[in-house]
Design a protein around this ligand. Structure first.
Ligand SMILES: Cc1cc2nc3c(=O)[nH]c(=O)nc-3n(C[C@H](O)[C@H](O)[C@H](O)COP(=O)(O)O)c2cc1C
Length: 242
């Protein structure tokens, strides 16, 4: 096992934050080599530093290593990917980049049981407004923002920390297409909802650069539709060495 995989668990992560943010991407092809619990706990501790609605700290993390449980999640993932993937492939048939992503998603689906660990952030419902007797009512955007917003900052922290540690990870929701079946597979109580499934392991390949639209295409100033930076990267509007 390469040196970089040993004694990482307790060492503070030292990758510059900008490098981690610019290179964190979905890594789906993973080696079956084990990932220490100590390292996962370190990453979860960092994840948990994220903002959380009302400081309720009602996010919990399930680490799944047991093959039988992974097999149940693999089945759920394959059911969703079987139909969604077929439709997506049809729409993306002339887009080689998306087709490459889909090949990676299919690879992960085929090798799901070999993934060293699934990290599953779960929210306890009990401390939220729109919950009555353990049943989540259809909630307006405002509550949805508080609810899911209490999980995704931590999830992104986790992904960045995993990147900085050299681990491969990806944010997935497909295995959760049926909360009922996922809850059963994971042995979760009814007041706890799985929010995402993060397969984690040592990457088979290398992290390539993330590709995104220029920032100017997604920024409006003062009023929607006023896009003075359209087509520009941040560097083009404020050159670093000016
Ligand atoms: C809410 C959400 C759900 C996602 N669900 C899945 C999923 O089920 N399976 C998967 O392989 N990727 C999933 N992704 C990852 C996206 O496909 C990925 O982030 C996107 O294609 C950009 O690629 P990159 O992360 O490599 O930059 C999800 C991402 C988000 C934000």
């Amino acid at each position: 096992m390469p040196d970089s995989k040993t004694n990482l668990s307790m060492r503070p992560l030292s990758m510059p934050i900008e490098e981690a943010m610019r290179t964190q991407r979905s890594i789906r092809r993973l080696l079956p080599d084990p990932v220490d619990d100590a390292l996962l706990l370190h990453l979860i501790e960092l994840a948990f530093q994220a903002p959380v609605g009302g400081n309720r700290q009602n996010l919990e993390f399930l680490i799944v290593r047991e093959r039988a449980v992974k097999a149940r999640m693999a089945r759920l993932n394959r059911v969703a990917w079987g139909s969604y993937g077929r439709i997506w492939r049809l729409f993306a048939r002339n887009d080689p980049k998306t087709l490459r992503t889909m090949d990676a998603v299919s690879w992960a689906a085929d090798h799901y049981e070999e993934i060293p660990a699934l990290v599953i952030p779960c929210l306890r419902w009990t401390s939220y407004g729109p919950i009555v007797s353990g049943v989540r009512l259809p909630f307006p955007d405002f509550y949805a923002a508080i609810y899911y917003g209490s999980a995704f900052p931590a999830i992104q922290n986790f992904l960045l920390a995993a990147r900085a540690a050299g681990l491969g990870a990806s944010l997935t929701v497909m295995p959760l297409w049926s909360t009922l079946l996922a809850r059963r597979a994971l042995g979760l109580p009814p007041w706890t909802s799985p929010i995402a499934v993060i397969p984690v392991g040592w990457p088979r390949g290398r992290y390539g650069p993330t590709t995104r639209k220029p920032v100017g295409d997604v920024v409006h100033v003062d009023r929607y539709g006023n896009r003075p930076y359209q087509g520009h990267d941040a560097e083009e509007t404020h050159p670093r060495n000016a």
